[in-house]
Design a protein around this ligand. Structure first.
Ligand code: SF4
Length: 133
């Protein structure tokens, strides 16, 4: 399979890279020579940006804490619980008691949607991104 052009998601620089894919799995990255931001460079984080994709520790389904233990749950159950808890905090304390942290491991589109959800549905501007920490 040909290398796939992409963008490093670990910080706001947005360095260009190629994903190496073998048998449906991302096995490595290399910098994009022609990318205007990075010009054939990646920092040490960028060289390892693909490693979480297939990591065995990666969560693949929601977990709900119950009696100090985490139990696997369906997405519907997890989202219902989140909606219930966020609504309760919003009604009791107000929107600005809620804060949302986004992730560099999400796509730009997912992060865009999360800030829209935070500002419009939750009614707060308390949103930040892990890459700024
Ligand atoms: S390669 Fe390094 S500097 Fe470039 S976007 Fe990734 S983390 Fe940021």
């Amino acid at each position: 399979m040909p290398d796939i052009p992409s963008i490093c998601c670990y910080c706001g620089c947005g360095c260009g890279l190629y994903l190496h894919v073998e048998h449906g799995r991302v096995t490595g990255v290399s910098p994009s020579r022609s990318h205007p931001v990075s010009r054939n460079n990646l920092c040490v984080k960028g060289w390892h940006v693909h490693e979480y994709i297939h990591h065995s520790d990666r969560l693949t389904r929601p977990l709900i804490r119950q009696h100090d233990r985490l139990r696997p749950a369906s997405w519907d159950d997890a989202l219902d619980l989140i909606a219930e808890k966020l609504t309760a905090v919003k009604e009791q304390y107000g929107s600005d008691r809620i804060g949302v942290l986004s992730s560099a491991k999400c796509s730009n589109e997912e992060n865009y949607l999360l800030q829209k959800f935070t500002r419009i549905s939750l009614g707060t501007n308390n949103i930040d991104h892990c890459a700024r920490l």
